[in-house]
Write a protein that binds this ligand. Structure first.
Ligand SMILES: [Zn+2]
Length: 176
C-alpha cells in the first residue's frame, strides 16, 4: 500500500500541472464507464487450469496474475524496456499492449497510455487495501495485470500501470 502511495506522489511531482486537472474529470468518467461495462468475473473466453498454470509460470508470475499480486517497483523485466514489439498476456498469449504506446512514467512498472486494441484489457473496481482503484485484467483469461490511473499523457490521459510479471514481450524483428 505504501509503495503505491509513494509512487503516486512521485508521479504527481513529475507530471502534474494546472492544465492536467481539466481532462482529469473527463477521464474519471471514462474509467467509470469501463467499470460498469465489466463482465462477471468468471465470464472469460479462456478458462484457466490453475494446477497447470503453476507449472508453467514462475511463482511471481502466478502470484501476480492469479492472486492479484504486485511485483516490487523497478524489479520487473520490462519497466525500462524500449524495444519495438508487442506485450502479450503471460497466461493466454493475447496481445495486450504495444511498445508504441509505452511511456516512461518513472513509477517502476511498465506504463502504457492505451491498450493494444479496444477490448484487449478489461477494467473492474478494486476497493482493496483501503484504496479506490481501477484494476486492469486480461479480457480473454482474466489474469490480473495492474491498475489504471488518470494521470497518463495525452492523447488518452491514462496510465496503465502493469506488472512485468503479467507480460511476455515479443520483439517485432522475431515476428509472430
Ligand atoms: Zn490472458
Amino acid at each position: 500500500m505504501s509503495r503505491v502511495l509513494v509512487t503516486s506522489l512521485q508521479y504527481s511531482k513529475r507530471f502534474a500541472s494546472f492544465s492536467s486537472y481539466i481532462p482529469l474529470v473527463q477521464q474519471t468518467w471514462r474509467v467509470r464507464s469501463y467499470c460498469s461495462s465489466y463482465k462477471k468475473s468468471n465470464d472469460f473466453e479462456v478458462k484457466v487450469d490453475k494446477a497447470k498454470l503453476k507449472e508453467k509460470l514462475t511463482p511471481t508470475q502466478y502470484h501476480v496474475t492469479q492472486e492479484r499480486g504486485t511485483e516490487r517497483a523497478f524489479t520487473g523485466e520490462y519497466y525500462d524496456l524500449k524495444s519495438d514489439g508487442h506485450y502479450h498476456c503471460v497466461v493466454c498469449d493475447a496481445i495486450l499492449f504495444k511498445s508504441d504506446e509505452k511511456f516512461d512514467s518513472g513509477c517502476g512498472w511498465p506504463s502504457f497510455y492505451e491498450m493494444a486494441e479496444q477490448g484487449s484489457v478489461k477494467m473492474r473496481p478494486d476497493h482493496s487495501h483501503g484504496m479506490e482503484r481501477t484494476e486492469s485484467v486480461c479480457a480473454k483469461c482474466g489474469a490480473h495485470l495492474g491498475h489504471l490511473f488518470n494521470d497518463g499523457p495525452m492523447p488518452t490521459g491514462q496510465r496503465y500501470c502493469i506488472n512485468s510479471a503479467s507480460l511476455k514481450f515479443q520483439g517485432k524483428s522475431k515476428g509472430k
